[in-house]
Design a protein. Structure first.
Length: 268
Protein backbone atom coordinates (compact mmCIF):
# COMPACT_ATOMS: atom_id res chain seq x y z
CA UNK A 1 0.00 0.00 0.00
CA UNK A 2 1.50 3.29 -1.15
CA UNK A 3 0.56 6.77 0.13
CA UNK A 4 -2.35 8.31 -1.80
CA UNK A 5 -0.12 11.29 -2.57
CA UNK A 6 1.96 9.01 -4.82
CA UNK A 7 -0.93 8.22 -7.18
CA UNK A 8 0.34 9.79 -10.45
CA UNK A 9 -1.43 13.01 -11.40
CA UNK A 10 -2.31 11.75 -14.88
CA UNK A 11 -3.94 8.65 -13.33
CA UNK A 12 -5.86 10.64 -10.72
CA UNK A 13 -7.01 13.22 -13.28
CA UNK A 14 -8.61 10.50 -15.44
CA UNK A 15 -10.83 9.08 -12.67
CA UNK A 16 -14.48 9.24 -13.75
CA UNK A 17 -16.20 7.01 -11.15
CA UNK A 18 -15.63 6.81 -7.40
CA UNK A 19 -17.09 3.99 -5.31
CA UNK A 20 -16.79 4.12 -1.51
CA UNK A 21 -17.75 2.04 1.49
CA UNK A 22 -19.68 3.93 4.18
CA UNK A 23 -18.87 2.68 7.71
CA UNK A 24 -15.40 3.80 8.81
CA UNK A 25 -14.65 4.96 5.25
CA UNK A 26 -17.05 7.89 4.86
CA UNK A 27 -17.85 7.94 8.57
CA UNK A 28 -15.64 8.51 11.60
CA UNK A 29 -16.53 6.99 14.97
CA UNK A 30 -20.01 6.25 13.63
CA UNK A 31 -20.70 9.78 12.38
CA UNK A 32 -20.57 11.30 8.89
CA UNK A 33 -18.22 14.33 9.06
CA UNK A 34 -19.40 17.43 7.20
CA UNK A 35 -16.14 17.47 5.24
CA UNK A 36 -16.78 13.93 3.92
CA UNK A 37 -20.28 14.83 2.76
CA UNK A 38 -18.92 18.01 1.19
CA UNK A 39 -16.32 15.92 -0.63
CA UNK A 40 -19.13 13.83 -2.13
CA UNK A 41 -20.75 17.04 -3.37
CA UNK A 42 -17.49 18.37 -4.82
CA UNK A 43 -16.80 15.12 -6.66
CA UNK A 44 -20.33 15.02 -8.11
CA UNK A 45 -20.14 18.68 -9.14
CA UNK A 46 -16.88 17.92 -10.96
CA UNK A 47 -18.68 15.31 -13.08
CA UNK A 48 -17.37 12.25 -11.24
CA UNK A 49 -20.07 9.61 -10.68
CA UNK A 50 -20.11 8.71 -6.99
CA UNK A 51 -21.77 5.68 -5.40
CA UNK A 52 -21.56 4.19 -1.89
CA UNK A 53 -20.94 0.41 -1.94
CA UNK A 54 -22.02 -0.71 1.50
CA UNK A 55 -23.19 -3.49 3.77
CA UNK A 56 -25.91 -1.24 5.17
CA UNK A 57 -29.59 -2.13 4.69
CA UNK A 58 -32.14 -1.40 1.99
CA UNK A 59 -34.01 1.07 4.22
CA UNK A 60 -30.92 3.22 4.62
CA UNK A 61 -29.95 2.87 0.96
CA UNK A 62 -33.33 4.15 -0.25
CA UNK A 63 -32.75 7.36 1.73
CA UNK A 64 -29.12 7.67 0.58
CA UNK A 65 -30.04 7.22 -3.09
CA UNK A 66 -32.75 9.90 -2.77
CA UNK A 67 -30.99 12.50 -0.64
CA UNK A 68 -27.23 12.24 -1.00
CA UNK A 69 -25.27 13.73 -3.95
CA UNK A 70 -24.70 10.29 -5.49
CA UNK A 71 -25.58 8.44 -8.69
CA UNK A 72 -26.87 5.48 -6.69
CA UNK A 73 -25.93 3.00 -4.00
CA UNK A 74 -25.11 -0.71 -3.81
CA UNK A 75 -26.33 -2.15 -0.52
CA UNK A 76 -26.27 -5.22 1.71
CA UNK A 77 -22.89 -6.25 0.29
CA UNK A 78 -24.19 -6.53 -3.26
CA UNK A 79 -27.78 -7.72 -2.75
CA UNK A 80 -29.11 -4.77 -4.79
CA UNK A 81 -28.54 -1.33 -6.20
CA UNK A 82 -30.87 1.66 -5.90
CA UNK A 83 -30.63 4.75 -8.11
CA UNK A 84 -33.00 7.70 -7.95
CA UNK A 85 -33.83 9.63 -11.13
CA UNK A 86 -34.38 13.24 -10.06
CA UNK A 87 -36.04 14.14 -13.36
CA UNK A 88 -38.69 11.39 -13.39
CA UNK A 89 -38.82 11.08 -9.57
CA UNK A 90 -38.49 7.33 -9.90
CA UNK A 91 -36.36 4.95 -7.88
CA UNK A 92 -34.74 2.22 -9.91
CA UNK A 93 -34.23 -0.94 -7.86
CA UNK A 94 -32.35 -4.01 -9.01
CA UNK A 95 -31.93 -7.12 -6.82
CA UNK A 96 -29.51 -10.00 -7.29
CA UNK A 97 -32.14 -12.48 -6.00
CA UNK A 98 -35.89 -12.39 -6.76
CA UNK A 99 -38.55 -11.64 -4.12
CA UNK A 100 -39.61 -15.26 -3.55
CA UNK A 101 -36.06 -16.52 -3.09
CA UNK A 102 -35.18 -13.66 -0.75
CA UNK A 103 -38.17 -14.56 1.42
CA UNK A 104 -37.10 -18.21 1.52
CA UNK A 105 -33.52 -17.22 2.33
CA UNK A 106 -34.65 -15.01 5.21
CA UNK A 107 -36.36 -18.04 6.76
CA UNK A 108 -33.11 -20.01 6.49
CA UNK A 109 -31.23 -17.12 8.10
CA UNK A 110 -33.56 -17.24 11.12
CA UNK A 111 -32.04 -20.60 12.07
CA UNK A 112 -28.54 -19.14 11.67
CA UNK A 113 -29.53 -16.19 13.82
CA UNK A 114 -30.72 -18.48 16.62
CA UNK A 115 -27.52 -20.53 16.49
CA UNK A 116 -25.15 -17.53 16.53
CA UNK A 117 -26.88 -15.88 19.48
CA UNK A 118 -26.79 -19.16 21.40
CA UNK A 119 -23.15 -19.98 20.63
CA UNK A 120 -21.43 -16.58 20.67
CA UNK A 121 -22.10 -14.68 23.93
CA UNK A 122 -21.97 -10.92 23.45
CA UNK A 123 -22.97 -10.98 19.78
CA UNK A 124 -26.20 -9.22 18.87
CA UNK A 125 -28.45 -8.71 15.89
CA UNK A 126 -27.62 -5.42 14.21
CA UNK A 127 -29.97 -2.57 15.11
CA UNK A 128 -30.60 -1.97 11.40
CA UNK A 129 -31.77 -5.56 10.71
CA UNK A 130 -35.44 -4.56 10.40
CA UNK A 131 -34.61 -2.56 7.28
CA UNK A 132 -32.79 -5.38 5.48
CA UNK A 133 -34.01 -7.28 2.43
CA UNK A 134 -31.48 -10.05 1.95
CA UNK A 135 -28.92 -10.57 4.68
CA UNK A 136 -28.43 -11.09 8.40
CA UNK A 137 -26.10 -8.64 10.14
CA UNK A 138 -24.48 -9.62 13.42
CA UNK A 139 -23.13 -6.72 15.46
CA UNK A 140 -19.76 -7.33 17.10
CA UNK A 141 -18.78 -3.78 18.08
CA UNK A 142 -21.22 -1.10 16.87
CA UNK A 143 -23.79 -1.16 19.70
CA UNK A 144 -22.21 -3.90 21.83
CA UNK A 145 -18.85 -4.17 23.61
CA UNK A 146 -16.25 -5.29 21.05
CA UNK A 147 -15.81 -9.02 20.65
CA UNK A 148 -12.39 -10.65 20.35
CA UNK A 149 -11.19 -11.54 16.84
CA UNK A 150 -11.65 -15.21 17.61
CA UNK A 151 -15.34 -14.67 18.38
CA UNK A 152 -15.80 -12.66 15.18
CA UNK A 153 -14.21 -15.54 13.26
CA UNK A 154 -16.54 -17.93 15.05
CA UNK A 155 -19.60 -15.99 13.85
CA UNK A 156 -18.29 -16.10 10.29
CA UNK A 157 -17.61 -19.82 10.60
CA UNK A 158 -21.17 -20.54 11.78
CA UNK A 159 -22.60 -18.74 8.76
CA UNK A 160 -20.38 -20.81 6.48
CA UNK A 161 -21.24 -24.08 8.25
CA UNK A 162 -24.89 -23.26 7.54
CA UNK A 163 -24.12 -22.84 3.85
CA UNK A 164 -24.22 -19.05 3.79
CA UNK A 165 -21.74 -16.54 2.42
CA UNK A 166 -20.23 -14.44 5.21
CA UNK A 167 -18.18 -11.24 5.13
CA UNK A 168 -16.64 -9.26 7.99
CA UNK A 169 -16.88 -5.47 7.98
CA UNK A 170 -15.48 -3.09 10.59
CA UNK A 171 -18.65 -3.44 12.69
CA UNK A 172 -20.71 -6.42 11.52
CA UNK A 173 -20.49 -9.95 10.19
CA UNK A 174 -22.96 -10.12 7.31
CA UNK A 175 -24.29 -13.44 6.03
CA UNK A 176 -26.52 -14.27 3.07
CA UNK A 177 -27.50 -16.95 0.57
CA UNK A 178 -26.61 -16.20 -3.03
CA UNK A 179 -23.61 -15.90 -5.35
CA UNK A 180 -23.06 -12.15 -5.20
CA UNK A 181 -20.83 -9.61 -3.49
CA UNK A 182 -20.03 -5.91 -3.68
CA UNK A 183 -18.16 -6.34 -6.96
CA UNK A 184 -20.82 -8.31 -8.85
CA UNK A 185 -23.57 -5.77 -8.14
CA UNK A 186 -21.20 -2.87 -8.82
CA UNK A 187 -20.78 -4.32 -12.32
CA UNK A 188 -24.55 -4.26 -12.86
CA UNK A 189 -24.91 -0.77 -11.41
CA UNK A 190 -22.08 0.62 -13.55
CA UNK A 191 -23.47 -0.91 -16.74
CA UNK A 192 -27.16 -0.10 -16.15
CA UNK A 193 -26.94 3.35 -14.55
CA UNK A 194 -23.56 4.79 -15.57
CA UNK A 195 -23.10 3.12 -18.95
CA UNK A 196 -19.65 1.99 -17.79
CA UNK A 197 -17.95 -1.36 -18.39
CA UNK A 198 -16.10 -2.13 -15.16
CA UNK A 199 -13.58 -4.40 -16.84
CA UNK A 200 -12.72 -1.99 -19.65
CA UNK A 201 -12.69 1.12 -17.46
CA UNK A 202 -11.37 -0.16 -14.12
CA UNK A 203 -8.22 1.99 -14.31
CA UNK A 204 -10.49 5.07 -14.35
CA UNK A 205 -12.48 3.98 -11.30
CA UNK A 206 -11.40 4.35 -7.68
CA UNK A 207 -12.84 2.34 -4.83
CA UNK A 208 -12.26 3.58 -1.27
CA UNK A 209 -12.73 1.17 1.63
CA UNK A 210 -11.48 0.03 5.01
CA UNK A 211 -12.25 -3.60 5.88
CA UNK A 212 -12.13 -7.29 4.84
CA UNK A 213 -15.51 -7.23 3.06
CA UNK A 214 -13.98 -4.67 0.68
CA UNK A 215 -11.33 -7.15 -0.50
CA UNK A 216 -13.12 -8.07 -3.80
CA UNK A 217 -13.10 -4.37 -4.72
CA UNK A 218 -9.51 -3.83 -3.57
CA UNK A 219 -8.37 -6.78 -5.67
CA UNK A 220 -10.21 -5.71 -8.81
CA UNK A 221 -9.49 -1.99 -9.08
CA UNK A 222 -5.81 -1.18 -9.70
CA UNK A 223 -6.21 2.28 -8.14
CA UNK A 224 -8.22 1.24 -5.08
CA UNK A 225 -7.56 3.24 -1.91
CA UNK A 226 -7.81 2.35 1.75
CA UNK A 227 -8.36 4.87 4.50
CA UNK A 228 -5.71 4.64 7.24
CA UNK A 229 -7.70 2.32 9.50
CA UNK A 230 -7.41 -0.40 6.84
CA UNK A 231 -3.82 -0.97 8.04
CA UNK A 232 -5.02 -2.59 11.27
CA UNK A 233 -7.00 -5.17 9.28
CA UNK A 234 -4.63 -5.95 6.42
CA UNK A 235 -3.79 -9.40 7.82
CA UNK A 236 -7.50 -10.32 7.66
CA UNK A 237 -7.98 -9.32 4.01
CA UNK A 238 -7.62 -11.44 0.88
CA UNK A 239 -6.54 -8.38 -1.13
CA UNK A 240 -5.18 -4.97 -0.19
CA UNK A 241 -5.69 -1.57 -1.86
CA UNK A 242 -2.95 -0.03 -3.97
CA UNK A 243 -3.00 3.22 -1.98
CA UNK A 244 -3.65 4.30 1.59
CA UNK A 245 -4.42 7.65 3.24
CA UNK A 246 -2.76 9.19 6.27
CA UNK A 247 -6.08 9.94 8.02
CA UNK A 248 -8.77 7.56 9.21
CA UNK A 249 -12.36 7.18 8.09
CA UNK A 250 -14.11 10.13 6.49
CA UNK A 251 -11.06 12.34 6.86
CA UNK A 252 -9.07 9.84 4.82
CA UNK A 253 -11.83 9.83 2.21
CA UNK A 254 -11.41 13.60 1.93
CA UNK A 255 -7.71 13.04 1.17
CA UNK A 256 -8.65 10.82 -1.77
CA UNK A 257 -11.21 13.32 -3.08
CA UNK A 258 -8.76 16.22 -2.72
CA UNK A 259 -6.04 14.35 -4.60
CA UNK A 260 -8.34 13.49 -7.51
CA UNK A 261 -9.80 16.99 -7.79
CA UNK A 262 -6.40 18.68 -7.46
CA UNK A 263 -5.00 16.41 -10.19
CA UNK A 264 -7.84 17.41 -12.50
CA UNK A 265 -7.08 21.09 -11.96
CA UNK A 266 -3.34 20.53 -12.44
CA UNK A 267 -3.72 18.60 -15.68
CA UNK A 268 -6.30 21.05 -17.03
Amino acid sequence: MRPIATMPLDVAARIKVLFADIDDTLTNEGRLPAVAYAALERLSAAGIAVAPITGRPAGWCDMIARMWPVAGVVGENGAFYFSYDQQTRRMRRNFAIDDAQRAADRERLEAVRTRILAEVPGAAISADQLYREADLAIDFCEDVPPLADGEVDRIKRIFEQEGAVAKVSSIHVNGWYGAYDKLTMSRSFAADILGVDLEADKSRIVFVGDSPNDAPMFGFFPNACGVANVLALRNRMDAAPAYVTTARGGYGFVEVANHILAARREVA
